[in-house]
Design a binder for this molecule. Sequence first.
Ligand code: MG
Length: 415
Amino acid sequence: MATIITDVKVILTAPEGINLVVVKIVTNQDGLYGLGCATFAYRHLAVKCVIEEYLKPLLIGRCAENIEELWQLMHQNGYWRNGPIENNAISGIDMALWDIKGKMANMPLYQLLGGKCREAVPVYRHAEGKDLDEICENIQRFHEMGIRHIRCQCGGYGGSGYGKAPGTAPRGAEDGVYLDSRKYMRDTVKLFEGIRSKLGFEIELIHDIHERISPREAIGFVKELEPYKLFFVEDAIPLEQGTWYRKLREQTTTPLAQGELFNNPAEWKYLITEQLIDFIRVHLSQIGGITPARKLQILAEQFGVKTAWHGPGDMSPLAHAANIHIDLAAPNFGVQEWSGIEPPNFVIQDLKGPHGALLEVFPGLPEFSDGYVYANDRPGLGVDLNEKEAAKYPCENTVTTWTQTRNVDGSLQTP
Ligand code: MG
Protein backbone atom coordinates (compact mmCIF):
# COMPACT_ATOMS: atom_id res chain seq x y z
CA MET A 1 0.00 0.00 0.00
CA ALA A 2 1.41 3.40 -0.96
CA THR A 3 2.20 5.88 1.81
CA ILE A 4 -0.17 8.79 1.29
CA ILE A 5 0.03 12.25 2.88
CA THR A 6 -3.16 12.78 4.91
CA ASP A 7 -2.24 15.94 6.84
CA VAL A 8 0.41 18.68 6.96
CA LYS A 9 0.65 20.56 10.24
CA VAL A 10 2.73 23.57 11.26
CA ILE A 11 3.87 23.78 14.88
CA LEU A 12 5.34 27.06 16.12
CA THR A 13 7.41 26.99 19.28
CA ALA A 14 10.08 29.13 20.96
CA PRO A 15 11.55 27.15 23.88
CA GLU A 16 14.62 29.40 23.94
CA GLY A 17 12.88 32.61 22.86
CA ILE A 18 13.78 31.99 19.17
CA ASN A 19 10.82 31.40 16.85
CA LEU A 20 11.04 27.86 15.45
CA VAL A 21 8.80 26.49 12.68
CA VAL A 22 8.25 22.73 12.56
CA VAL A 23 6.33 20.78 9.91
CA LYS A 24 4.63 17.50 10.73
CA ILE A 25 3.48 15.31 7.85
CA VAL A 26 0.95 12.65 8.79
CA THR A 27 0.38 9.61 6.56
CA ASN A 28 -2.25 6.94 6.03
CA GLN A 29 0.10 4.40 7.65
CA ASP A 30 -0.59 3.71 11.30
CA GLY A 31 1.64 5.96 13.45
CA LEU A 32 3.91 6.95 10.54
CA TYR A 33 4.70 10.68 10.47
CA GLY A 34 7.68 12.87 9.63
CA LEU A 35 9.08 16.08 11.10
CA GLY A 36 11.04 18.85 9.38
CA CYS A 37 12.47 22.30 10.06
CA ALA A 38 10.99 25.31 8.23
CA THR A 39 12.45 27.90 10.57
CA PHE A 40 12.76 31.44 9.25
CA ALA A 41 12.81 33.00 12.71
CA TYR A 42 12.18 36.58 11.54
CA ARG A 43 9.30 35.80 9.14
CA HIS A 44 7.80 32.73 10.83
CA LEU A 45 4.14 33.61 10.21
CA ALA A 46 4.77 34.05 6.48
CA VAL A 47 6.29 30.55 6.26
CA LYS A 48 3.39 29.09 8.24
CA CYS A 49 0.95 30.74 5.83
CA VAL A 50 2.72 29.36 2.72
CA ILE A 51 2.65 25.84 4.14
CA GLU A 52 -0.93 25.88 5.40
CA GLU A 53 -2.56 27.84 2.60
CA TYR A 54 -0.56 26.71 -0.46
CA LEU A 55 1.59 23.61 0.10
CA LYS A 56 -0.80 21.59 2.24
CA PRO A 57 -3.61 21.64 -0.37
CA LEU A 58 -1.01 20.76 -3.03
CA LEU A 59 0.28 17.75 -1.08
CA ILE A 60 -2.73 16.09 0.58
CA GLY A 61 -3.47 12.78 -1.13
CA ARG A 62 -0.05 12.54 -2.82
CA CYS A 63 2.47 9.75 -2.27
CA ALA A 64 4.96 10.63 0.50
CA GLU A 65 7.52 8.25 -0.99
CA ASN A 66 8.30 10.45 -4.03
CA ILE A 67 10.49 13.06 -2.36
CA GLU A 68 12.21 14.36 -5.51
CA GLU A 69 8.93 14.65 -7.43
CA LEU A 70 7.26 16.49 -4.54
CA TRP A 71 10.24 18.83 -4.07
CA GLN A 72 10.16 19.83 -7.75
CA LEU A 73 6.36 20.16 -7.64
CA MET A 74 6.51 22.53 -4.63
CA HIS A 75 9.46 24.44 -6.10
CA GLN A 76 7.72 25.31 -9.34
CA ASN A 77 4.15 25.53 -8.10
CA GLY A 78 4.26 29.25 -7.23
CA TYR A 79 5.93 29.95 -10.62
CA TRP A 80 8.47 32.40 -9.01
CA ARG A 81 11.08 30.39 -7.14
CA ASN A 82 14.06 30.42 -4.79
CA GLY A 83 12.76 32.94 -2.26
CA PRO A 84 13.55 32.49 1.43
CA ILE A 85 9.94 32.15 2.61
CA GLU A 86 9.08 29.55 -0.02
CA ASN A 87 12.39 27.70 0.40
CA ASN A 88 11.97 27.40 4.17
CA ALA A 89 8.40 26.17 3.72
CA ILE A 90 9.58 23.56 1.20
CA SER A 91 12.42 22.56 3.55
CA GLY A 92 10.00 21.73 6.37
CA ILE A 93 8.16 19.33 4.06
CA ASP A 94 11.31 17.94 2.45
CA MET A 95 12.94 17.09 5.78
CA ALA A 96 9.70 15.53 7.03
CA LEU A 97 9.54 13.35 3.90
CA TRP A 98 13.14 12.17 4.45
CA ASP A 99 12.22 11.48 8.09
CA ILE A 100 9.31 9.34 6.86
CA LYS A 101 11.57 7.58 4.33
CA GLY A 102 14.02 6.68 7.11
CA LYS A 103 11.21 5.39 9.30
CA MET A 104 9.89 3.28 6.42
CA ALA A 105 13.36 1.80 5.89
CA ASN A 106 13.94 1.57 9.65
CA MET A 107 17.29 3.31 9.11
CA PRO A 108 18.83 6.59 10.25
CA LEU A 109 19.04 9.15 7.45
CA TYR A 110 22.83 8.85 7.03
CA GLN A 111 22.30 5.23 5.97
CA LEU A 112 20.02 6.34 3.14
CA LEU A 113 22.76 8.76 2.01
CA GLY A 114 25.30 5.97 1.65
CA GLY A 115 26.37 5.30 5.23
CA LYS A 116 29.01 6.83 7.47
CA CYS A 117 32.32 8.26 6.25
CA ARG A 118 33.16 9.08 9.90
CA GLU A 119 31.85 8.04 13.30
CA ALA A 120 31.03 11.57 14.45
CA VAL A 121 31.21 15.16 13.32
CA PRO A 122 33.78 17.65 14.65
CA VAL A 123 32.12 20.96 15.47
CA TYR A 124 33.16 24.55 15.90
CA ARG A 125 31.93 26.89 18.59
CA HIS A 126 32.00 30.66 19.06
CA ALA A 127 34.32 32.32 21.57
CA GLU A 128 33.55 35.93 22.29
CA GLY A 129 34.49 38.30 25.05
CA LYS A 130 35.09 41.90 26.00
CA ASP A 131 38.88 41.70 25.62
CA LEU A 132 41.71 39.41 24.59
CA ASP A 133 42.02 37.78 28.04
CA GLU A 134 38.32 36.89 28.22
CA ILE A 135 38.30 35.56 24.64
CA CYS A 136 41.39 33.43 25.33
CA GLU A 137 39.76 32.07 28.50
CA ASN A 138 36.68 31.08 26.52
CA ILE A 139 38.83 29.49 23.80
CA GLN A 140 40.60 27.44 26.49
CA ARG A 141 37.32 26.27 27.98
CA PHE A 142 36.03 25.11 24.60
CA HIS A 143 39.36 23.44 24.00
CA GLU A 144 38.98 21.58 27.28
CA MET A 145 35.58 20.36 25.99
CA GLY A 146 37.47 18.75 23.10
CA ILE A 147 36.63 21.41 20.54
CA ARG A 148 39.49 22.01 18.13
CA HIS A 149 37.93 24.61 15.83
CA ILE A 150 36.90 27.88 17.46
CA ARG A 151 35.39 30.97 15.91
CA CYS A 152 36.63 34.19 17.51
CA GLN A 153 34.92 37.55 17.45
CA CYS A 154 35.45 40.71 19.42
CA GLY A 155 32.20 42.53 20.19
CA GLY A 156 29.74 40.31 18.34
CA TYR A 157 30.21 40.93 14.61
CA GLY A 158 32.10 44.16 15.04
CA GLY A 159 29.09 46.29 15.92
CA SER A 160 27.53 47.78 19.01
CA GLY A 161 24.16 46.61 20.31
CA TYR A 162 21.03 48.19 18.83
CA GLY A 163 20.66 51.74 20.07
CA LYS A 164 20.90 55.46 19.44
CA ALA A 165 23.19 56.73 16.69
CA PRO A 166 26.66 57.57 18.06
CA GLY A 167 28.01 61.13 18.18
CA THR A 168 29.99 60.48 14.98
CA ALA A 169 26.77 60.01 12.98
CA PRO A 170 25.12 63.02 11.31
CA ARG A 171 22.21 64.81 12.98
CA GLY A 172 18.94 62.92 12.51
CA ALA A 173 20.62 59.53 11.90
CA GLU A 174 18.36 56.57 12.69
CA ASP A 175 18.78 54.14 15.59
CA GLY A 176 20.60 50.95 14.69
CA VAL A 177 23.49 48.59 15.23
CA TYR A 178 26.39 50.91 14.41
CA LEU A 179 29.53 49.56 12.74
CA ASP A 180 32.91 51.23 12.43
CA SER A 181 34.52 49.05 9.78
CA ARG A 182 38.03 50.56 10.08
CA LYS A 183 38.09 50.07 13.85
CA TYR A 184 36.60 46.57 13.53
CA MET A 185 39.37 45.52 11.14
CA ARG A 186 42.15 47.01 13.31
CA ASP A 187 40.72 45.39 16.47
CA THR A 188 40.30 42.00 14.81
CA VAL A 189 43.84 41.85 13.41
CA LYS A 190 45.10 42.73 16.92
CA LEU A 191 42.83 40.07 18.41
CA PHE A 192 44.25 37.27 16.26
CA GLU A 193 47.80 38.48 16.81
CA GLY A 194 47.10 38.33 20.57
CA ILE A 195 45.46 34.89 20.47
CA ARG A 196 48.29 33.35 18.45
CA SER A 197 50.97 34.83 20.70
CA LYS A 198 49.14 33.63 23.85
CA LEU A 199 47.85 30.24 22.70
CA GLY A 200 50.05 29.30 19.75
CA PHE A 201 49.04 27.70 16.46
CA GLU A 202 47.64 24.35 17.62
CA ILE A 203 44.01 25.54 17.84
CA GLU A 204 42.14 26.04 14.57
CA LEU A 205 40.72 29.57 14.45
CA ILE A 206 37.81 30.85 12.40
CA HIS A 207 36.48 34.38 11.96
CA ASP A 208 33.09 35.53 10.65
CA ILE A 209 33.12 38.85 8.77
CA HIS A 210 29.35 38.50 8.40
CA GLU A 211 29.34 40.71 5.27
CA ARG A 212 29.78 43.74 7.49
CA ILE A 213 32.44 45.51 5.44
CA SER A 214 32.68 46.49 1.80
CA PRO A 215 34.23 44.02 -0.70
CA ARG A 216 37.18 46.40 -1.20
CA GLU A 217 37.82 46.46 2.55
CA ALA A 218 37.44 42.67 2.74
CA ILE A 219 40.35 42.11 0.33
CA GLY A 220 42.81 44.10 2.44
CA PHE A 221 41.47 42.69 5.70
CA VAL A 222 41.63 39.00 4.74
CA LYS A 223 45.20 39.53 3.47
CA GLU A 224 46.14 41.11 6.81
CA LEU A 225 44.83 38.03 8.64
CA GLU A 226 47.13 35.68 6.70
CA PRO A 227 49.94 35.43 9.29
CA TYR A 228 47.49 33.97 11.82
CA LYS A 229 46.71 30.92 9.63
CA LEU A 230 42.94 30.85 10.02
CA PHE A 231 41.02 27.66 9.25
CA PHE A 232 38.72 29.93 7.25
CA VAL A 233 37.01 33.32 7.18
CA GLU A 234 33.24 33.33 6.81
CA ASP A 235 31.15 35.53 4.56
CA ALA A 236 33.76 38.10 3.56
CA ILE A 237 31.63 39.35 0.64
CA PRO A 238 27.92 40.23 0.63
CA LEU A 239 25.57 37.87 -1.18
CA GLU A 240 24.82 40.48 -3.85
CA GLN A 241 28.52 41.14 -4.58
CA GLY A 242 29.62 37.56 -5.25
CA THR A 243 31.68 38.44 -8.34
CA TRP A 244 34.22 40.12 -6.01
CA TYR A 245 35.20 36.61 -4.91
CA ARG A 246 37.51 36.25 -7.88
CA LYS A 247 39.48 39.35 -6.83
CA LEU A 248 39.58 38.21 -3.19
CA ARG A 249 40.73 34.73 -4.20
CA GLU A 250 43.59 36.12 -6.29
CA GLN A 251 44.85 38.19 -3.38
CA THR A 252 44.89 35.76 -0.44
CA THR A 253 45.72 32.22 0.65
CA THR A 254 43.35 32.42 3.65
CA PRO A 255 40.67 29.74 3.11
CA LEU A 256 37.28 31.23 2.25
CA ALA A 257 33.88 30.01 3.46
CA GLN A 258 30.66 31.46 2.13
CA GLY A 259 26.97 30.91 1.84
CA GLU A 260 24.73 31.13 4.91
CA LEU A 261 22.53 33.60 3.03
CA PHE A 262 22.38 31.70 -0.26
CA ASN A 263 18.92 30.94 -1.69
CA ASN A 264 19.58 29.90 -5.22
CA PRO A 265 21.91 27.51 -7.10
CA ALA A 266 23.00 30.45 -9.27
CA GLU A 267 24.60 31.98 -6.16
CA TRP A 268 26.84 28.99 -5.40
CA LYS A 269 27.33 27.21 -8.72
CA TYR A 270 30.09 29.41 -10.15
CA LEU A 271 31.81 29.87 -6.77
CA ILE A 272 32.17 26.08 -6.59
CA THR A 273 32.84 25.17 -10.20
CA GLU A 274 35.46 27.94 -10.49
CA GLN A 275 36.95 27.00 -7.08
CA LEU A 276 36.62 30.53 -5.72
CA ILE A 277 35.74 29.29 -2.21
CA ASP A 278 37.01 26.46 0.00
CA PHE A 279 33.94 25.79 2.16
CA ILE A 280 30.25 25.97 1.27
CA ARG A 281 28.16 26.80 4.29
CA VAL A 282 24.52 27.18 3.31
CA HIS A 283 21.64 27.18 5.78
CA LEU A 284 19.85 23.95 4.93
CA SER A 285 16.27 25.14 5.37
CA GLN A 286 17.06 28.36 3.50
CA ILE A 287 17.93 26.46 0.31
CA GLY A 288 14.93 24.10 0.54
CA GLY A 289 16.05 21.23 2.76
CA ILE A 290 17.94 17.96 2.49
CA THR A 291 17.21 17.28 -1.20
CA PRO A 292 19.03 20.37 -2.57
CA ALA A 293 21.71 20.24 0.16
CA ARG A 294 22.69 16.70 -0.78
CA LYS A 295 22.99 17.72 -4.45
CA LEU A 296 25.08 20.73 -3.43
CA GLN A 297 27.35 18.60 -1.25
CA ILE A 298 28.01 16.24 -4.16
CA LEU A 299 28.63 19.14 -6.58
CA ALA A 300 31.13 20.61 -4.10
CA GLU A 301 32.85 17.24 -3.75
CA GLN A 302 33.49 17.15 -7.51
CA PHE A 303 35.39 20.45 -7.27
CA GLY A 304 37.33 19.89 -4.05
CA VAL A 305 35.16 22.25 -1.99
CA LYS A 306 34.27 21.13 1.54
CA THR A 307 31.06 21.57 3.53
CA ALA A 308 30.61 23.67 6.67
CA TRP A 309 26.82 23.98 6.95
CA HIS A 310 25.41 26.92 8.87
CA GLY A 311 24.48 25.82 12.41
CA PRO A 312 23.21 28.82 14.42
CA GLY A 313 20.71 29.01 17.29
CA ASP A 314 17.90 30.17 15.02
CA MET A 315 17.14 26.74 13.60
CA SER A 316 15.46 23.76 15.26
CA PRO A 317 17.13 20.53 16.47
CA LEU A 318 15.56 18.85 13.41
CA ALA A 319 17.73 20.99 11.15
CA HIS A 320 20.80 20.41 13.34
CA ALA A 321 20.15 16.67 12.95
CA ALA A 322 19.81 17.05 9.16
CA ASN A 323 23.21 18.81 9.06
CA ILE A 324 24.79 15.99 11.08
CA HIS A 325 23.33 13.18 8.93
CA ILE A 326 24.65 14.76 5.71
CA ASP A 327 28.02 15.44 7.39
CA LEU A 328 28.36 11.80 8.42
CA ALA A 329 27.87 10.59 4.85
CA ALA A 330 29.90 13.31 3.04
CA PRO A 331 33.49 12.54 1.95
CA ASN A 332 34.02 16.30 1.49
CA PHE A 333 32.81 17.26 4.96
CA GLY A 334 34.91 20.08 6.46
CA VAL A 335 33.60 21.14 9.87
CA GLN A 336 30.17 21.76 11.43
CA GLU A 337 29.05 24.93 13.24
CA TRP A 338 27.30 23.95 16.48
CA SER A 339 25.49 26.49 18.58
CA GLY A 340 25.84 25.23 22.09
CA ILE A 341 23.02 22.74 22.43
CA GLU A 342 24.77 20.08 24.44
CA PRO A 343 22.75 17.83 26.72
CA PRO A 344 22.69 19.28 30.27
CA ASN A 345 25.61 17.26 31.61
CA PHE A 346 27.99 18.90 29.11
CA VAL A 347 27.00 22.45 29.78
CA ILE A 348 29.35 25.00 31.25
CA GLN A 349 26.73 27.13 32.94
CA ASP A 350 28.18 30.56 32.30
CA LEU A 351 28.90 29.85 28.63
CA LYS A 352 25.36 28.74 27.76
CA GLY A 353 22.15 27.86 29.54
CA PRO A 354 21.17 24.26 30.14
CA HIS A 355 18.77 24.08 27.17
CA GLY A 356 16.37 22.00 29.27
CA ALA A 357 13.25 23.33 27.56
CA LEU A 358 14.65 22.79 24.06
CA LEU A 359 15.58 19.19 24.85
CA GLU A 360 12.14 18.49 26.31
CA VAL A 361 10.39 19.87 23.23
CA PHE A 362 12.76 18.03 20.85
CA PRO A 363 13.86 14.71 22.36
CA GLY A 364 16.59 12.98 20.37
CA LEU A 365 18.93 15.88 19.66
CA PRO A 366 22.28 14.56 18.33
CA GLU A 367 24.70 14.08 21.21
CA PHE A 368 27.72 16.32 21.83
CA SER A 369 30.72 14.63 23.40
CA ASP A 370 34.40 15.64 23.49
CA GLY A 371 34.26 18.02 20.55
CA TYR A 372 32.21 15.71 18.34
CA VAL A 373 28.51 15.38 17.63
CA TYR A 374 27.03 11.90 17.20
CA ALA A 375 23.73 11.15 15.45
CA ASN A 376 21.50 8.72 17.29
CA ASP A 377 20.52 5.52 15.50
CA ARG A 378 16.77 6.04 15.51
CA PRO A 379 15.19 5.86 12.06
CA GLY A 380 14.96 9.05 9.99
CA LEU A 381 16.29 12.26 11.53
CA GLY A 382 16.08 10.68 15.00
CA VAL A 383 14.55 13.79 16.59
CA ASP A 384 10.95 13.83 17.85
CA LEU A 385 8.60 16.66 18.86
CA ASN A 386 6.68 16.77 22.13
CA GLU A 387 3.71 18.87 21.00
CA LYS A 388 2.39 19.37 24.52
CA GLU A 389 5.73 20.81 25.64
CA ALA A 390 6.05 22.85 22.43
CA ALA A 391 2.71 24.56 23.15
CA LYS A 392 4.12 25.95 26.40
CA TYR A 393 6.49 28.24 24.46
CA PRO A 394 4.51 30.43 22.03
CA CYS A 395 6.34 32.41 19.33
CA GLU A 396 6.28 36.19 19.37
CA ASN A 397 6.09 38.54 16.42
CA THR A 398 8.41 41.48 16.99
CA VAL A 399 10.32 43.97 14.85
CA THR A 400 13.84 42.59 14.27
CA THR A 401 16.53 45.04 15.38
CA TRP A 402 19.85 43.16 15.09
CA THR A 403 19.60 43.32 11.28
CA GLN A 404 19.33 47.14 11.30
CA THR A 405 23.08 47.57 10.86
CA ARG A 406 24.46 50.98 9.93
CA ASN A 407 27.77 52.54 8.96
CA VAL A 408 29.22 55.46 10.96
CA ASP A 409 27.52 57.92 8.62
CA GLY A 410 24.12 56.40 9.42
CA SER A 411 23.63 54.58 6.10
CA LEU A 412 22.51 50.95 6.10
CA GLN A 413 25.10 48.15 5.80
CA THR A 414 24.16 44.48 5.29
CA PRO A 415 23.96 42.63 8.64
MG1 MG B 1 28.29 33.15 9.84
